[in-house]
Design a protein around this ligand. Sequence first.
Ligand SMILES: C[S@@+](CC[C@H](N)C(=O)[O-])C[C@H]1O[C@@H](n2cnc3c(N)ncnc32)[C@H](O)[C@@H]1O
Length: 311
Amino acid sequence: MTSSNDTQDFTPKAESAWLAKSASQTRGSDKKEVQFHYDISNEFFKLWQDPNQVYSCAYFEKDDYNLEQAQMAKIDLSLGKLGLEPGMTLLDIGCGWGATINRAVEKYDVNVIGLTLSENQKQHIEEHWLANYKGDRTMDVRLQPWEDFSGQVDRIVSIGAFEHFGFNKYDDYFKNTFDWLPDDGVQMLHTITIPEDTEIKAKGLPLTMSKVRFIKFIMDEIYPGGRLPLASMVTDHAVKAGYTVTQEQHLQPHYVKTLDTWAANLEAKQAEAIEITNEEIYERFLKYLKGCADLFREGYTDVVQFTLQKA
Ligand SMILES: C[S@@+](CC[C@H](N)C(=O)[O-])C[C@H]1O[C@@H](n2cnc3c(N)ncnc32)[C@H](O)[C@@H]1O
């Protein structure tokens, strides 16, 4: 592309350029890259997330839901797809600040294992959730990549972590998770996706220079190592590993509202955010949240919950 004219339409090349960009590095985020994002400061994230610090697309099941209610609705939507029964063990791959594992114990009376690569998240879970837990079930949070996990669990949930994994790990991811589950096991995988070629053509989505620049900004400065899959990449790899995809639920408009809310919250807390971090981080995150809201609004990205059944 030689022109910087933002209105120029690159539609004919858009599909291949879009995927080529995201496929150009396929290794996924390493621990340092994950920590670069999540270990900025728990206080900073707390300023603009909901009180339970859920960091993924909320589910505005009812129009009047606030962010906290919508995040809990998303967690309940996700856990409700797993067929959890008391005493089972749930593995949460990329457990963030722990809201999902806590809800699973509270609502379904299960044992939980949460994996994260963020030291701040692990510390928060230990101090906030584990220290206050009085029940008999085990709540285990580990600073461990799924790549190093081994063991048997009954159900798996992964919300907003797959984007970090990298295309060349997909085969291992589905094979390993499949092996960790019993014959009747279920995994609910929630991830952002990019549109298929046909969708790009049908919607006439232009890959403008400003979009290309924004994607580069996200890859370089927000989620280094991260890559977004096509929905078909998820289902193809899952099926190859032996899973049956029993449901695919698209939540695109819900991410628009989530990101708009996060951006508005951050803007409203500008002074505190800069005091906790600095002006550069505040501006960087505001640009990321607003720009991603636009990507979802315009149809450049979607977010999908895949229910993967072993039998
Ligand atoms: C966007 S956050 C989502 C957190 C949480 N699921 C939620 O919805 O709030 C992504 C999470 O994935 C974790 N993560 C990224 N790569 C990982 C890996 N290879 N193994 C385990 N966790 C990973 C990060 O540490 C972080 O907790």
